[in-house]
Write a protein that binds this ligand. Structure first.
Ligand code: F6R
Length: 244
């Protein structure tokens, strides 16, 4: 894993957006894996800004989102379908039919297998963007998820539901299940870009650096991948020294 430390969230977003823009320019038909959550919002804004000012085109790009809540319609404001349209897809030239997101109202296992098939039929993901949960989750792969997992339906842990309650007006409204790419699905991406920002992620970053590879800390699976860049800001680092 290669670590890049930057000053703050603004610089982290600039660095992440530049890497993505470069990859899209190098390969206009890039297969791009996307994340939701708070961390990538500014990165997406910078992609939009670059698209508008410099004309970087997403006409041939295909995107694959990591996850979606089970039971929310695409029109629900907290669904990840809604999030992606609001923060990215509605503002760039990507055709809607080229944006894949797991269907939270699909038929369980059949939907999971379908999503895996779609990714493989496109030749796999070239670049996967990831955030990290406070408990080390990637996608919605909670601690204890098998590193061999493919796309699957998962029960959200109380800590993840609590962390996301701020978006739902109360924890009781947060869905209890999600559909997520599995850890092995994520590891099959050719390149991975993880962004970690803010003091609330300090413990997760510390564990990522110091823990061994262990299913109890899902993000540690990335240590098995040959091409991972982790961009972190000073608030996430605290006193943690990054490996050289
Ligand atoms: C979202 C996702 C999650 C988030 C993680 C961090 O698609 O896969 O793993 O990346 O929960 O979320 P934020 O960025 O809100 O701290």
């Amino acid at each position: 894993m290669k670590f890049i430390q930057v000053k703050d969230y603004k610089h982290l977003s600039r660095e992440a957006a530049d890497l993505i823009i470069n990859r899209v320019r190098q390969k206009p038909s890039l297969k791009l894996g996307l994340a939701t959550g708070e961390t990538p919002i500014e990165t997406y804004r910078l992609l939009i800004d670059d698209h508008q000012k410099n004309g970087t085109s997403y006409k041939q790009v295909k995107t694959f989102n990591l996850d979606e809540y089970v039971g929310l319609s695409g029109e629900h404001e907290q669904s990840y379908h809604y999030f992606m349209k609001k923060y990215l897809f509605d503002h760039i030239d990507i055709p809607k039919e080229c944006t894949y997101i797991p269907n939270g109202n699909g038929q369980g296992l059949a939907e999971c297998n379908l999503y895996e098939d779609i990714i493989s039929q496109h030749g796999g993901i070239d670049l996967q963007l990831l955030g990290i949960g406070r408990n080390g989750h990637i996608g919605f792969n909670e601690p204890g998820t098998s590193f061999d997992s493919k796309t699957h339906v998962i029960d959200l842990t109380p800590s993840t539901r609590e962390a996301n309650a701020r978006f739902f007006n109360g924890i009781e409204k947060v869905p209890t299940k999600a559909i997520t790419m599995g850890i092995s699905t994520i590891l099959q991406s050719k390149e991975i870009l993880m962004i970690i920002s803010g003091e609330s992620k300090r413990e997760a970053l510390h564990n990522l650096i110091h823990n061994g590879i262990d299913e109890a800390f899902p993000a540690s699976a990335l240590k098995n991948h040959p091409n991972v860049t982790v961009i972190v800001d000073e608030a996430a680092c605290g006193n943690t020294r990054l490996p050289n």
